[in-house]
Design a binder for this molecule. Structure first.
Ligand code: FAD
Ligand code: FES
Ligand code: FES
Length: 1310
């Protein structure tokens, strides 16, 4: 901090996002070589850095001297949007290149398993870094035109032009990398001594010998042994646990040793998972396969164990000793009967990992004074088979829902079971063995009768009560059987190959290809077909060209300044919020006495300190600080100010609040809507007489869960009081400078002209910083006012997720009238949304949902009502799409049901109902420039839809347990909002541009520079945007609803025109002069070189009059998926998108927005699931529990095309809005999954339409694939064991979803 290295970012603080990735280099005395590996800085203990070199993103290159190729290529390939994830991704790539300058593409993809990006959709990052990959016979991307494998279109006949030119890239020269500091080698070679570091509350001791360690553990039996700190660090940070003594055994030789013995491999407990992987891999390649069945299972588990940053530091001993019920390794170690050596002052003992080892939740038989020295993983024997399986919400870097290790040993040369061990994680408070089942199966032949009996026995033994902690009860129970079935088939196949059983296994279960392999598919990249600029466009005219995001290089080198990177002011204070732990309660008392005794404590701020009004919010229904009543968990009650972040956190945790609890409402409660709704005013009445010509009708319902924004940079504010007349400067990460200014001034009791809000850039926003940023900023401003000192606060990830709300969950109920030919005639819908505890933007969101209830279909009669339900959850708010995706998703739900009811192909029914040019929508707006049918036809053809559909049918006939599905989905998104711009031209000809929009990674500043460049006729290099601020452009709309480029672009254009008009006489008198000449003359002639620019829509819901949108954006996507019917896993095989963006201002940015929105939508519709307790407590408060799509989740083939020749007359330079419209196209993945499930259900004799709520998680997919396993009766089954869906609308689970026995807090529950 003191040297100002802010490049390494903090995205989560729990090892789950990779934004903090750095390279650790150290001399390994055991292997006698220098090792480089990535690590998460957020979990790496400072004391463990002794003898270690750390390289951060600043250490490898910068824009002032030279960017490192890893920085340059991500920037130039458009792989950085908001840039907050970029330094971490750069460091993962850099470290890979340090270890392997010529990696394969798989190595590159594996290196990013621990990195998340919320903006880009990952493809441009992979494509940029593909240029480092070694591909046999590859030109290295130099050709980069049609036919180049780096464009991922070996099998394609289409052509494209690239968005970057890889021949411009600097070559990688490994000889230029900094060397390992020699002084660290020298100091290492000196004799090591025990070290001790003492902090304010924690002592860290690093012994060097085993006897020192044993003595220390006897002296401090409660001390924690820390190697990777990936458990202890989480416990201390998120669970608020304090361990006063920490012992670090990392340098003790015996604990790092690896030995091959007669019976197996003995691995020191401090060996990292990475080194275990290397040992196992070598053994598998050196030894005969029959000996390494268990090792292969360990490798399979490690493949999906966290990300490389964690595996590089976390130890095998830490995983065993944490005794987590969902540990990935413990079931394998238990089923294999691995042996553990324990040491204490009393001596050594060896214990077997069996059913007695774990004694309770996170407890083992190991005594406090004992340490785990090593673990022996046995070789397998001839006739022994072993498998491990894991199912998680996300494939990469996720904890298991259920995991297992399974071993069987057969009597010599037979298929008769001699021994069998089945060990499960995720089914109890500890890893368990299915002892009863195993006993019954011993001695039996490996045949179908055994399979049946095993399933019956397991379903009794691996049972869960309906209220078991972690929820997902049916899913978890079914998984235990599905895993056994997979194991049964795997073993059967091996027995068949070895000739032990005679019946050929292939085809017996309808399988055309290996059943048990996980669904893996590596991203092969995509192919784009972007628009070309018109022939003859001047080279210096940058409009329509793929100009690189103007901050990309600074973002890649860590130089880009975000709100929390602003240098500290003298005397600055840090603020930590004190928030409610109850969803609905009266506040009885607030006791700060204990907090006051924390060192550095300055004061507590609460409602009584607000100098202006404590009432705030868009609808004036919120408070700056809760006074008497709290209405959600996370409701801000006060804040602690202290000298440092650490002290203020500690003090905030020491504030004691007493409540009198009131009954909370957490979910959308349809039956009590009149009591609990904010409003029921949204009604659109039909234009034509209702219900005419209808042959049939059907009813249905769909629930869509909410979504967390998960911008990588959490909310952040720095308030600097100016000392005079109530003036205050606010540096904020917000999309809405205007409301931030207005609300802060209101709380401070000063006019808006005393408050200046400045926004340089945001690390993502997606709507989450449109209004909810104000709740933090107003608090920080009040605190700065009270103390007269600068005050800073950047929320921790868990706080941010807890208090700031997200996308509105929706429930849609529909009645559809239709003709036999699939034509929709009428629609009655009721939409209910969960608004949370305040109105905020809920009405606007509901309006948009209702205006999009038709998606792209012409429905002659529509009646709809939208009701916003007020609940005791944090207020939900704007999120990319602003209700549109919810409205359209429900439309696609009934459309998909309709196709089933009519027995027609879904694509035919969709096409039949699509609007035509000139049609009128249900809100009476005529569609002009309707390009959707063109997008539809192009997408059908470019995706080879019909040919692939036949292949899918064939695949599904041949496979019983894996199914493929495909779906094509259209979108029509209405674009409507005031903006402003300020253009200063300086006497040297350089232009300073300011406009009302904020930069959150979407490339808005880059596009505005392109617009100004064309309008003024000067090169983009002469134009600069510094920040957005309320004292330059006042009263602006928030940067939202995709319209910022439209409205600000027009304002920029107008301001430029004003200046050009003033310059006109000067240009006429000196036509051959340069821009600089004209500006100089203008200055000398007292012509103002500064100008402002400002750029009408309206709709009445009651009267169904007016035009809600100025134009529409259109697009179509076709997606294909494969599901694993046994586990609910799915893989996105291919997506083709055709999008109308008008005449693109910048195809690279537009394609980036399309891909980013699409992948965010994949998260919304297939993965991201917020989970609450029945009391309204959010469980999913970090990346550990809340899974956004990772690199491995993007479609293996991902093709995006921009529709040609579709200029839009309604926006600047014929462009169209692009930020939000493509998000809904990811519904094509959801409906492809549904299509695949239909196929699975058909094999079970079910052909009727069925309900699938969103997101389509593995749990929902598995439960929908009804089969013998899901139908198996269990002891706990009975009437009323699960709540009916309408009684439980929302993801309410009892107990921590991570499956721990207590209601522990989330992220700490791995
Ligand atoms: C982002 C993230 C992802 C994760 N993903 C997974 C996953 O996919 N699967 C999974 O199973 N786990 C996962 N974990 C959990 C964790 O990484 C593992 O359990 C890891 O192996 C712990 O090792 P460590 O060295 O970091 O433990 P530490 O935090 O250093 O120690 C953990 C505990 O073990 C005790 N201990 C350590 N060594 C000894 C010893 N020799 N003798 C006695 N006690 C000892 C310590 O006292 C402490 O209580 C994840 C964690 C994070 C943060
Ligand atoms: S901040 Fe360290 S992994 Fe997220
Ligand atoms: S660019 Fe990756 S999170 Fe924004």
């Amino acid at each position: 901090l003191s040297v100002g290295l802010c490049g390494t970012k903090l995205g989560c603080g729990e090892g789950g996002c990779g934004a903090c990735t750095v390279m650790i280099s150290k001399y390994d005395p055991f292997r006698k070589k220098i090792l480089h590996h990535t690590a998460n800085a957020c979990l790496f203990p400072i004391c463990a850095l002794h003898h270690v070199a750390v390289t951060t993103v600043e250490g490898i290159g910068n824009t002032k001297s030279r960017l490192h190729p890893a920085q340059e290529r991500i920037a130039k390939s458009h792989g950085s949007q908001c840039g907050f994830c970029t330094p971490g991704i750069v460091m993962s790539m850099y470290t890979l290149l340090r270890n392997n300058p010529e990696p394969h593409m798989e190595d590159i993809e594996d290196a990013f398993q621990g990195n998340l990006c919320r903006c880009t959709g990952y493809r441009p990052i992979l494509e940029g870094y593909r240029t480092f990959a070694k591909v046999s016979g590859c030109c290295g991307g130099k050709a980069n035109g049609p036919g180049c494998c780096m464009n991922g279109k070996e099998n394609s006949t289409m052509t494209s032009s690239s968005l970057f030119n890889s021949s411009e890239f600097q070559p990688l020269d490994p000889t230029q990398e900094p060397i390992f500091p020699p002084e660290l080698m020298v100091s290492f070679n000196k004799q090591q001594k025990q070290m001790c570091f003492k902090g304010e509350r924690v002592m860290w001791i690093q012994p060097t010998t085993l006897s020192e360690l044993v003595a220390l553990k006897s002296q401090y039996p409660n001390a924690k042994l820390v190697v990777g700190n990936t458990e202890v660090g989480i416990e201390m940070r998120l669970k608020n646990l304090l361990y006063p003594v920490i012992i670090a055994p990392a340098w003790i030789p015996e604990m790092n040793a690896v030995q091959h013995t007669e019976t197996g491999v003995t691995i020191g407990a401090a060996c990292t998972l990475k080194s275990v992987e290397e040992v196992m891999r070598k053994a598998v390649s050196d030894l005969p396969p029959y000996k390494t069945e268990i090792f292969q299972a360990v490798l399979e588990q490690l493949r999906w164990f966290a990300g490389p940053q964690i595996r590089n530091v976390a130890a095998i001993g830490g995983n065993i000793m944490t005794a987590s019920p969902i540990s990935d390794l413990n079931p394998v170690l238990m089923a294999s009967g691995s042996k553990l050596t324990l040491v204490s002052k009393e001596g050594r003992r060896t214990v077997t990992m069996d059913e007695k080892f774990f004694t309770g939740y996170r407890k083992t038989i190991v005594k406090p004074e004992e340490i785990l020295l090593s673990v022996e993983i046995p070789y397998s024997k001839k006739g022994e088979y072993f498998s491990a399986f894991k199912q998680a919400s996300r494939r990469e870097d996720d904890i298991a829902i259920v995991t297992c290790g399974m071993r069987v040993l057969f009597k010599d040369g037979t298929s008769q079971v001699e021994e069998i061990k089945l060990s499960y994680g995720g089914m109890a408070p500890t890893t368990i063995l299915a002892l009863k089942t195993c006993k019954e199966l011993t001695g039996r032949g490996w045949n179908d009768k055994l399979l049946q009996d095993a399933c019956r026995l397991l379903s009794g033994e691996m049972d869960l009560s309906p209220s078991a902690p972690g929820g997902m009860v049916d899913f978890r129970r079914t998984l235990t059987l599905s895993f056994f079935f997979k194991f049964y088939l795997t073993v059967l196949q091996k027995l068949s190959k070895s000739g032990t059983v005679s019946a050929p296994w292939e085809g017996r279960f309808g399988e055309g290809e290996p059943l048990c392999a996980a669904l893996v598919g590596k991203a092969r990249g995509g192919f784009r077909f972007e628009q070309e600029v018109p022939k003859g466009q001047a080279v210096e005219d940058m409009v329509g060209r793929p100009l690189v995001h103007v901050s990309a290089s600074k973002q890649a080198s860590g130089e880009a300044v975000y709100c929390d990177d602003i240098p500290h002011y003298e005397n600055e204070l840090y603020l930590t919020l004190v928030t409610s732990t109850k969803a609905h309660a009266k506040i009885l008392s607030v006791d700060t006495s204990e907090a006051q005794s924390v060192p550095g404590f300055v004061c507590f701020v609460s409602a009584k300190d607000v100098p202006g009004s404590n009432v705030t919010g868009i609808a004036n229904d919120e408070t700056v600080f809760a006074k008497d009543v709290v209405t959600c968990v996370g409701h801000i009650i006060g804040a602690v100010l202290a000298d440092t972040q650490e002290h203020s956190r500690r003090a905030a945790k020491a504030v004691k609040i007493k409540y009198e609890e009131l009954k909370p409402i957490v979910t959308i409660q349809v039956r009590c809507r009149f009591k609990s709704t904010c409003d029921g005013r949204h009604l659109i009445t039909p234009g034509i007489s209702f219900l005419q010509d209808i042959s049939f009708h059907f009813l249905g319902e769909m629930y869509l869960g909410g979504q967390e924004h998960f911008y990588l940079e959490t909310h952040c504010t720095l308030a600097v009081p100016k000392g005079e007349d109530g003036e205050m400067e606010l540096f904020v990460s917000t999309q809405n400078p205007m409301k931030t200014q207005e609300f802060a001034a209101n709380a401070l009791g000063v006019p808006s002209n005393r408050v200046v809000v400045r926004v340089k850039r945001m690390g993502g926003g997606f709507g989450g910083k449109e209004t909810r940023s104000t709740i933090l900023t107003s608090v920080v401003a009040v605190a700065a006012f009270k103390t007269g000192r600068a005050v800073r606060c950047m929320l921790d990830r868990d706080e941010d997720m807890l208090i700031s709300g997200g996308r509105h969950p929706f429930l849609g109920r529909y009645k559809v009238g239709f003709m036999k030919n699939g034509r929709v005639k009428s629609l009655e819908v009721s939409y209910y949304s969960n608004g949370g505890n305040s109105v905020d933007l809920s009405h606007g969101v509901m309006d948009r949902a209702l205006l999009h209830l038709d998606n792209s279909y012409n429905i002659p009669n529509v009646s709809s009502v939208g009701i916003v339900c007020k609940t005791n959850l944090p207020s939900n708010t704007a999120f990319r799409g602003f209700g549109g995706p919810q409205g359209m998703m429900i439309a696609e739900c009934w459309m998909s049901d309709l196709a089933r009811k009519c027995g027609l192909p879904p694509e035919e029914v969709r096409k039949l109902n699509l609007y035509h040019e000139g049609d009128t929508t249900h809100f009476n707006q005529k569609l002009e420039g309707f390009t959707l049918r063109r997008c539809w036809d192009e997408c059908l053809s470019s995706s080879s839809y019909h040919a692939r559909k036949k292949l899918i049918e064939e695949f599904n006939k041949q496979n019983r347990w894996k199914k493929r599905g495909m779906s094509i989905i259209p979108t029509k998104f209405g674009i409507s909002f005031t903006a402003g711009a300020l253009v200063h031209v300086y006497t040297d000809g350089s232009v300073l541009l300011t406009h009302g929009g904020t930069e959150m990674g979407q490339g808005l500043h880059t596009k505005m520079i392109q617009v100004a460049s064309r309008a003024l006729g000067v090169p983009t290099s002469k134009i600069y945007i510094s920040e957005t601020s309320t004292n330059t452009v006042p009263n602006t709309s928030p940067t939202a609803a995709s319209v910022s480029a439209d409205i600000n672009g027009m304002a920029v254009y107008n301001a430029c025109q004003t200046i050009l008009k003033r310059l006109e006489p000067i240009k006429q008198s000196n036509p051959k002069g340069s821009w600089e000449d004209w500006i100089k003359t203008a200055y000398e002639s007292c012509v103002s070189l500064s100008a402002t620019g400002i750029p009408d829509v309206g709709y009445n819901f009651e009267k169904n009059e007016g035009k809600p949108f100025s134009y529409f954006s259109y697009g179509v996507a076709c997606s294909e998926v494969e599901i694993d019917c046994l586990t609910g896993d799915h893989k996105n095989i291919r997506t083709d998108i055709v999008m109308d963006v008008g005449t693109s201002l910048n195809p690279a940015i537009d394609i980036g927005q399309i891909e980013g929105a699409f992948v965010q939508g994949i998260g919304l519709f297939t993965m991201e699931e917020l989970r609450y307790s029945p009391e309204g407590n959010l469980y999913t408060r970090g990346p550990g529990m809340y899974k956004i799509p990772a690199f491995g989740d993007i479609p293996t083939e991902f093709y995006v095309s921009l529709l040609r020749d579709c200029p839009n007359s309604k926006a600047v330079y014929s462009s169209k809005a692009v930020g939000e419209p493509p998000l809904f196209l990811s519904a094509s993945v959801f409906y492809a999954i549904k299509d695949a499930i239909y196929s699975a259900r058909k094999d079970s004799g079910l052909t009727e339409a069925f309900r699938l709520d969103s997101p389509a998680t593995p749990e929902r997919i598995r439960n929908a694939c009804v089969d013998i396993f899901t139908k198996m009766k269990r002891p706990n089954d009975g009437p009323g064991s699960t709540l009916p869906e309408h009684e439980n609308i929302g993801n309410i689970v009892s107990g921590c979803p991570a499956g721990c026995a207590t209601l522990c807090c989330i992220s700490a529950s791995r």
